[in-house]
Design a protein around this ligand. Structure first.
Ligand SMILES: [Zn+2]
Length: 386
């Protein structure tokens, strides 16, 4: 590859991985400002890169007025999430713009085959609405809850959607979706979404705490997703908080999930409030001042803070982002969480990393991240003009 081609490839790979960038931000390529300028001109000329106005809130304090992105007409990337009670899908173009998202309720006992058939139909309907076809799709990211074992490709026993335990989601999805795909864990994909579009943009070491039926963490370490040797990194929900606590679905005792996930929070209110409260209802009541609801959310925050302190002590992220169904609780959860974390985290005179709520909507963060995984994958998404 000639030097010029290598320089073009560097700029393209940064736009692929980091999303829209200003010319100045492209300094991370390691290329000089004048080289960036001429390479960008070539790529715009070739139709691979396009300029677009920066969001308004980005324009203050000398921020650039325009950002560079990959051209949007190089194909479509889809993201799919199979979650408890729902399937979701999103379609983005190659400039990383969300074109359409949709969802359908789904019974948790649905077999993986039936779930994927419905995903396939949902995608076809969405492509039709966009005036596109399967041929335009460069890949689908499929998010499943719980870890995927790296060697076998099977969903582990910690998977909260029981029909999916010991299922090879990649093989089955390939057969039923008939599109190029990448399969991953929901928390990992959500972390990618915040890295590409949200609170973690431009950062290198981030922990994304995703609260769904269980609590998982997506790690971005050194700018890349970290899944671990077996694919089970980040199972924060299965770290032990109380050795003598309740037995967890994984077989352990006193895991964080048994103390702080949505189910355990709503169950604590069964006697005082009523049966079958949803976590969204508990959060709304807490925001309206219900003391009992505030108390159980604060307790969950303290437990998550303990687990987060251990995680921080081991990995030292620069930012911790909270997403998922507990995120709307905001400071009711985060206040006690930070206090609990600060008591246990080592921070020899240093400031603890900010622990904040993510910027992306809880209903689209995973599907967006699944699409981002496709767009970041150079093999799935070759660029014609580079
Ligand atoms: Zn467990």
């Amino acid at each position: 590859m000639s030097q010029r081609a290598a320089n073009r490839a560097r700029v393209v790979s940064v736009l692929r991985e980091r999303g829209a960038q200003s010319r100045r931000e492209l300094a991370v390529t390691g290329l000089s400002r004048s080289t960036v300028r001429s390479v960008v001109d070539e790529l715009i000329e070739a139709g691979t890169v396009r300029e677009r106005p920066a969001p308004k809130d980005n324009r203050s304090a000398g921020r650039p007025a325009t950002l560079l992105t990959l051209s949007g007409d190089l194909g479509l990337a889809a993201g799919v999430e199979i979650a408890n009670g729902v399937i979701r899908a999103a379609i983005c173009d190659t400039s990383q713009e969300l074109l359409l998202h949709d969802s359908e309720p789904m019974d948790d006992r649905t077999t993986p085959e039936a779930a994927l058939e419905r995903v396939s139909a949902l995608l076809d309907g969405m492509l039709h609405r966009l005036g596109a076809s399967r041929g335009d799709v460069i890949g689908v990211g499929v998010a499943v809850p719980g870890p995927i074992q790296r060697n076998t490709g099977l969903n582990g026993r910690a998977t909260t959607l029981k029909p999916w335990v010991n299922v090879n989601a990649a093989t089955l999805s390939a057969k039923l979706l008939r599109l190029p795909l990448t399969v991953g864990n929901d928390a990992n994909f959500a972390a990618l979404a915040e890295l590409t579009w949200g609170a973690a943009r431009g950062l290198r070491d981030v922990a994304y705490v995703y609260t769904a039926s269980g609590i998982g963490v997506g790690f971005i370490l050194n700018g890349a997703l970290y899944a671990g040797a077996n694919g089970t990194a980040g199972e924060l929900g299965h770290t032990t908080i109380d050795e003598n606590g309740e037995v967890c679905a994984c077989g352990g005792r006193g895991c964080l999930n048994t103390l702080a996930n949505a189910d355990s929070i709503t169950q604590k209110l069964r006697r005082s409030h009523r049966d079958r409260l949803t976590i969204a209802e508990v959060i709304t009541m807490a925001q309206e001042g219900d003391v009992g609801c505030r108390r159980v959310i604060a307790d969950a925050g303290r437990h998550i803070g303990l687990a987060a302190a251990n995680m921080y002590n081991l990995l030292d992220p620069e930012l911790i982002v909270l997403g998922g169904n507990l995120a709307p609780a905001g400071e009711i959860l985060l206040g006690p969480l930070r206090e609990s974390m600060a008591r246990r985290a080592i921070h020899a005179g240093e400031v603890l990393p900010p622990f904040i709520v993510g910027e992306l909507d809880e209903h689209t963060v995973v599907v967006l991240g699944a699409a981002a995984a496709v767009l970041r994958d150079a093999e799935a998404f070759p660029l014609p003009h580079v």
